[in-house]
Design a protein around this ligand. Structure first.
Ligand code: ZN
Length: 451
């Protein structure tokens, strides 16, 4: 089997791994690069034959760093099938259309305010490209064996996000498993990952490969933050991933309300059309969650859905204490930027990042204590309180990853550690080598290898 690491080999974004096996060329994930500009610029390289030459794509899950390059492939003329779990297909529709919308908006804004370095800013792709990509999706139920010539593909749920799965590719006696993003053993919404399937060659993510999640009680901490902030007349802004994280936050806020730990009548706003749509999908696919049906149904009780941009701008101007959930989760774009612009300069407000912040993103800079932040081409001072709630992570930490890998009866002949910042990937590599004594290494971006 031949592997070609086309993304997320030296970073946590742009997940793209090509495997050539049994005469089939498969691309595992087709993600967008996010974070540092030098990484984002890779999105603009037109897909070459190494991508356009694949027979099919298999998605581990719908997060954009795993699916967000699909419209660029459609734009470049690739017309193959994209296999993903039914819930991933449903979420991808919401995520890819929103991504295309943001690309179009960014280009429009850059042209209007003239802060593009290019003569005329063009979107990476459009909503029409996204729709073309969505038409290529083919649902594959987890557990079902899909034959592709002499090769089979099977999905195995791994928690993390609605529909998220590890991908197992088999050819005769040989097999490859790509972990996708592995969820936590004790996630708020998702069940723990299914046991790691048998793997001759293994690709494992390492987002938290060098860290253990702090044993913090997110409910207690968020409750204290909310009480403290509204006590001084401020509002809490939660820049959140619209899919997964927003629903976990709603669950916690509803539990806090029900237990009387935050005021029953405190206004909670969900200011993200994508989060509103994703919440509907989470409720529809509630059977995949570990939450009781009654709680799934009550997720949005009393929550105000902010649909139109006009409603959103009214909320931005509002002076009353409230809790605002808005996307994007790393404050790289979206409506949350309008809230940030107004709230960051005011010490009475509290900006809380509930989850991983990719290096180079605005969220990472704020969490690291930036005193000013650039938004829409202008610098905004940061005087509001800023916190990071790491307990909301949707990723297994180093200990959980190792425990999941340890369930494998036989060592894979080769393990590759992917999807991590260099320190995290290397830390997981050495833990796997020292603890499990497997053959393991971190591949380089663009590396091609026969195993
Ligand atoms: Zn993910």
């Amino acid at each position: 089997m031949q592997l070609h690491f086309l993304g997320a080999a030296d970073s946590v974004t742009g997940s793209r791994h090509r495997v050539d096996i049994g005469g089939q060329s498969l691309l595992l994930d087709c993600g967008l690069y996010q974070g540092f500009k030098v990484l984002r610029e890779r999105n603009w390289a037109p897909p070459g034959p190494e991508l356009l030459g694949v027979d099919a794509i298999v998605l581990s899950h719908a997060h954009l760093d795993h699916s967000g390059f699909l419209p660029a492939m459609a734009k470049a003329g690739w017309r193959g099938r994209v296999y993903a779990s039914p819930a991933t297909c449903a979420l991808a529709e919401v995520l890819l259309l929103d991504s295309a919308h943001l690309q179009e908006e960014d280009a429009r804004r850059a042209n209007r305010y003239g802060y593009s370095r290019h003569a005329k800013a063009l979107p990476l792709y459009t909503k029409a490209d996204a729709r073309r990509a969505l038409a290529q999706l083919v649902p594959l139920a987890p557990g079902r064996v899909l034959p592709l010539g002499p090769v089979t593909v099977q999905l195995h749920p791994v928690g993390h996000l609605l529909g998220a799965c590890a991908v197992q590719v088999r050819h005769g006696d040989d097999s490859l498993v790509f972990s996708g993003d592995v969820g936590r053993s004790n996630d708020l919404l998702m069940p723990p990952p299914a046991p790691l399937p048998e793997a001759g060659v293994l690709l494992v993510e390492s987002t938290y490969g060098n860290r253990l999640h702090p044993p913090e009680d997110v409910m207690e901490r968020l409750g204290a933050i909310v009480r403290d902030t509204i006590g001084r007349g401020g509002s809490v802004l939660l820049p959140t991933f619209a899919v997964g994280r927003a629903q976990a936050l709603l669950l916690v806020l509803q539990r806090l309300r029900r237990r009387g730990l935050i005021p029953e009548d405190l206004p909670i706003f969900l200011d993200s059309p994508m989060a509103v749509a994703a919440t509907t999908l989470y409720r529809k696919h509630g059977a995949l969650l570990r939450v009781k049906p009654a709680e799934v149904r009550a997720l949005v009780d009393g929550v105000r859905m902010v649909e139109t941009p006009q409603q959103s701008m009214r909320l931005v101007r509002s002076r009353y204490p409230s809790v605002i959930l808005s996307a994007s989760g790393m404050a790289t774009g979206g409506r949350v930027l309008h809230h940030l612009k107004v709230m960051a300069p005011e010490p009475r407000h509290h900006i809380v990042f509930p989850g991983f912040q990719v290096s180079g993103s605005r969220g990472a800079k704020l969490v690291a204590g930036a005193t000013e932040v650039k938004i829409h081409g202008a610098y905004v001072p940061v005087r509001a309180q800023v916190s990071h709630l790491e307990g909301f992570s949707g990723h297994a930490d180093a200990g959980e990853l190792l425990a999941w890998l340890g369930g494998q009866a036989q060592a894979p002949r080769q393990t590759f550690v992917v999807h991590g910042e260099p320190e995290a990937a290397d830390a997981l590599r050495s833990r796997i080598a020292d603890t499990l004594h497997w053959r393991v290494r971190v591949p380089e971006h663009g590396e091609r290898v026969t195993v």
